[in-house]
Design a protein around this ligand. Sequence first.
Ligand code: HEM
Length: 146
Amino acid sequence: MPRAPDPREPLIVASFELAAERCEDLTPLVYARLFREQPEMEILFWRDQNHQIRGEMLTRVIQAILDFVGERLYASTLIQSEVVVHEGYDVPPEVFRIFFRTVRDAVCEVCGPDWTGEWDAAWESLLADLDYYVTHPDQATTAALA
Ligand code: HEM
């Protein structure tokens, strides 16, 4: 059965669209903000000398967020798998929550005074839902929710 439309989708999409109009590439903003708040995370990217991985990863994360509020074809299982895969990069699961929040904060910063209360509420609830999959990476236990 197709999923019922997620009322957060138009709000999250609108926030990304406005951010994209105002900022060609969110990558430097997101990672500068992340490393300012969590300096110990920068070392995790030691292999990424030309910042390609940072950009690729952010693109995948934004696509996953859009899928999560849209058709949710893959986002929840992707998040669960990435939590496990990233253990190999020494990325602790709790950093996922920080990263998703940092994406929201960067979008909010770029939107400035045009950021709305509705967008804020949609993002807060989305962040809580994303975090559920970070803290429950075992797909067998979440299969019924998919
Ligand atoms: C759903 C969330 C995430 C997704 C979809 C994702 C996806 C990816 C992908 C696709 C790559 C490989 C990129 C490439 O080689 O071109 C990657 C690498 C990496 N990710 Fe993530 N990632 C996520 C969350 C995070 C978080 C929260 C952190 C911590 C800040 C993180 C840290 C890293 C690091 C350090 C690498 C580089 C590994 C290396 O040295 O090769 N990732 N990620």
